[in-house]
Design a protein around this ligand. Sequence first.
Ligand code: ZN
Ligand code: ZN
Length: 251
Amino acid sequence: MIYILIFFVAHWYLSLFSQTFFLHRYAAHKMFTMTPFWERFWYLFLYITQGSSYLLPRGYAVMHRMHHAYSDTEKDPHSPHFFKEVFTMMMETKRIYYGIISGEFKAEEKFYKNYPVWDKLDKFGDSWFSRIGFGVLYTLFYIYFVPAGGWYWLLYLLLPIHYLMGPVHGAIVNWSGHKYGYRNWDEDDHSRNSLFWDFLMMGELFQNNHHHYGARPNFANKWWEFDPTYPIIRALDAIGIIKINLSSAKY
Ligand SMILES: [Zn+2]
Ligand SMILES: [Zn+2]
C-alpha cells in the first residue's frame, strides 16, 4: 500500500517537474541555457518520467508559444473559454499537438523554432511499443504491490492517471489557470493565479504572473507567493548544470 502511494506521488511530481522545467521553461521559453550533455540528460529524464504520456518538446514548445501568442482567443490551442468542459478542450489540444508534429502548422513552426531536438528518442517515445510498454510496467507494479482483499482494489482506479499523466497535468493547468483564482496583472486574456503556494502543480498555476512576465523563471511575483520549481532552478544554476538567462529574465 505505501509503495503504491510513493509511486503515485513520485510519478506525479517527477513527470510534472519535467514538464515545467524542461518542456515549459526551457524548450518553450529558453529561460536558461545548458550544455548539449545536460540537454540530452534532461531530455532522457523527460522521456523516463513521462513514460506512456511522453510529450515531444517540438510539439509542446510550438503549441505553447501559440498559447501565449493567441491566449484566450479562438486560435488558442486550449482556452477554457471556448469549451463547455475539460475533455473536449483536451481533445482539441491533442489534435493541434499532433498537427504540429505531422507538419500541419507550418506557419506556427516558423514562428518558434528554438526548441531542443532528439529525433531518435522522439520517434521511439511516441511509438505504441514505448507507450504501451510503460503502461504495462505501471500495471505490473500495481498488481505486485496492491494488497489483496478489502477495499484495496480501489487503488487500481489510480492507474488511468499514470497512463495519462501528462494530459492530466495539462488539463488542470490549462483549465484552472485561465478560469479560477486571482489576478496580479491586467492582461488581455483570462489568465489567473489559482494558488498562493502552488505545491500541487509546481508553479504552473501562476498563469497570470507568467503571461505578464513570459521569460521570467520565477512564476511567483509577490513576496507571499511561492513557486516550488524556482529554488530548484536557482540550485541547478548555482552548481553549474544550467545557466539562467539574465538578459530575458527579470527576477
Ligand atoms: Zn509559458
Ligand atoms: Zn496560459
